[in-house]
Design a protein. Structure first.
Length: 125
């Protein structure tokens, strides 16, 4: 079963790229072009019925930038179920908040670099 970038999601993925939140645009400016440890990231990438903010296929790494709606109502529970399903495909999740990106982008990138370093070590073992 093909779970990546389903054709029926294409228009929605494109619209998400065009209207991405400011925090995602800021982080994307530092991820695109293999700027982080030489790994290629894609944005608004489809996995199963979900669309993740950023994805690195080589590392099976998902990055999610959580805005306020992720913490309101049943947002946390939906995120938890979504993350669990995606992790069942062998993916690793890295979550940051909009606030993290706005106030501590260098710290976010340093933590991301450490996550990537750990994933590379696991793949090499």
């Amino acid at each position: 079963m093909d779970v990546y970038n389903k054709r029926e999601q294409k228009d929605y993925r494109v619209s998400l790229r065009k209207d991405s939140p400011k925090a995602e645009r800021i982080l994307w400016s530092r991820l695109k072009g293999k700027q982080v440890s030489g790994f290629k990231f894609r944005r608004q990438f489809g996995i199963d019925k979900y669309i993740v903010d950023f994805y690195c296929a080589e590392l099976k790494l998902v990055i999610e930038v959580d805005g306020d709606t992720h913490f309101m109502g049943d947002g946390k529970e939906k995120d938890k179920a979504r993350q669990h399903k995606i992790e069942s495909y062998g993916m690793t999740f890295f979550r940051v908040t909009n606030n993290d990106v706005y106030k501590n982008l260098d710290g976010v990138l340093m933590t991301l670099w450490k996550v990537i370093e750990d994933l590379v070590k696991k793949q090499s073992a």
